[in-house]
Design a protein around this ligand. Sequence first.
Ligand SMILES: NC(=O)c1ccc[n+]([C@@H]2O[C@H](COP(=O)([O-])OP(=O)(O)OC[C@H]3O[C@@H](n4cnc5c(N)ncnc54)[C@H](O)[C@@H]3O)[C@@H](O)[C@H]2O)c1
Length: 596
Amino acid sequence: MAREFSTVGVVGLGTMGAGIVEVFARNGIDVVAVEISEPALERGRVTLTGSTDRAVAKGKLAAADRDALHERVHFAVGLDALHSVDLVIEAVPEHLDLKQRIFAELDRVCRPETILATNTSSLSVTEISVATTRPNQVIGIHFFNPAPVMKLVEVVRTVVTAPEVVADVEALCARLGKVDVTINDRAGFIANALLFGYLNHAVGMFESHYATREDIDAAMKLGCGLPMGPLALMDLIGLDTAYEILDTMYRRGGRDRRHAPVPLLKQMVTAGLLGRKSGRGFYTYERPGSPVVVPDEATPLASAVALADGARAITKVGVVGSGTMATGIIEVFAKAGYEVVSVTRGAEKSAKVCEAVKTSLNKGVVRGKLAEADRDAALGRISWSAALDHLADVDLVVEAVVEELSVKKALFASLDEICKPGVVLATTTSSLPVIDVAMATHRPADVVGLHFFNPAPIMPLVEVVRTIRTSPETTATARAVCAALGKTAVVCGDRSGFIVNALLFPYLNDAVKMLEASYSTADDIDHAMKLGCGYPMGPFDLLDVVGLDVSLAIQRELYLELREPGFAPAPLLEHLVTAGYLGRKTRRGFRDHSHR
Ligand SMILES: NC(=O)c1ccc[n+]([C@@H]2O[C@H](COP(=O)([O-])OP(=O)(O)OC[C@H]3O[C@@H](n4cnc5c(N)ncnc54)[C@H](O)[C@@H]3O)[C@@H](O)[C@H]2O)c1
């Protein structure tokens, strides 16, 4: 029989604590909500009211249920109010000494059988537990932000946590409608261990002006389907909290340089720019605590003005290549009203590409997304050729041939001879340096990367890669073309992985390392990222879809270029590739897909 929890205490009503109070009170449990001072208590009360009022406005909570919820919460200053609760969850700032002091005090105030839990993200639950005389009743209950929304709870047991305490807390999570994963006490547990290296890397990209905050965030939202970009997420987490988590993970997690907080973070925290809670972090908010972003001096000008800046007129586009990407890109341009010249290496290949474009457009018609007349008009705008000479009068060339530098360089040298002056020459490479293909021509200022995502007709993102020789006009033209295609362009520097792959693949690689270390299972890791962070797929689902060989190749490139020890490919990933387990395409990767 699991223990009944009728009253719980929550200590600290900040970003997490206020949400945790709401979770309990919503599920019929009485809560004693404690803060350090009257003003802090009032802030917590306001947060709770704001959140429940929004839920009522959205039709997710009945007004009567909201009122009942509030009646279940008793607010108090000081820990003494927790003398008769069954369980306490502590959610004060991420400092070990503070938490230890609070646990020592809780140990004194609370009944002997009360379970004492911490919501710490990165500190050692074990070290917190030894501040009490009941370490076997101390456990980590790690909620995700925002607590009322995110389904996951990481239950952290130490080597001395009593098994019945773990079982009772697991049962409690189920009662709260949460999904729990139970794990051992390691810095960052599952989700944060995989998340914070990525977040810190994104801050580093921003700090080094590799891309703008809007572009970094748009890239991860649109390229990976994440619910928020990394910088917006940092603002939600709170930069002070994020700093402490990174700092602890760096010290506890083997001094991985990727967890050493990017200096900008410390500066922002010192300057009081803490994210949403202070009204300003990477973005500026309507007021402290508000989720509404308002324009500030870093907000880009209205896109139309910015785009027109020096952009060249493009009406006719050449697409070179006959693979998946070329096929999709031809369709995208033709549908958007451009005249398209497709160049392949022979009539047979052209016929195949033509068939593939027709099939894809027909699917659009069948699904009611494209009128027959528009399909016919799009097809009518495409001409098919096997000779590069036909690109003599196009305004833009998009190259999407095989991912081999020598082939691309030879092609760009030919384009340099054939194309008229002023043409923008674009490569869709996802891993090669754009500057290498640019320098195969005598006009590197006109060369840019246009990194489409697969499938090109569906994915809304294009990375516009500018090299150190790309002219502002070329970049402006590339952006304007993406806008005309209905895509979101993000501009970044010419570094391995651009934005999306550079941020995505090290995270996937870290998930493999975590599995390899037997810290958790592939299922739990996938769960944690989906339910804790709102990712559309877990890392192992995604690796099997992308292909383990492709993932390994990208990770190797990143490692070779940046020489970051933490980027070294996970040995398990290498072994699976060697064994021919490449993912769905070979029916086996991290999972067996032969019966699906
Ligand atoms: N922010 C996140 O996204 C997130 C997610 C999961 C877990 N956590 C963890 O939750 C904990 C709280 O983080 P947060 O982001 O909510 O911090 P926060 O700064 O938003 O809130 C902390 C609150 O604790 C209060 N407090 C400080 N000292 C206190 C004391 N002695 N007694 C009572 N209250 C006190 C503060 O007044 C403040 O309201 C940390 O351990 C953090 O790592 C944070």
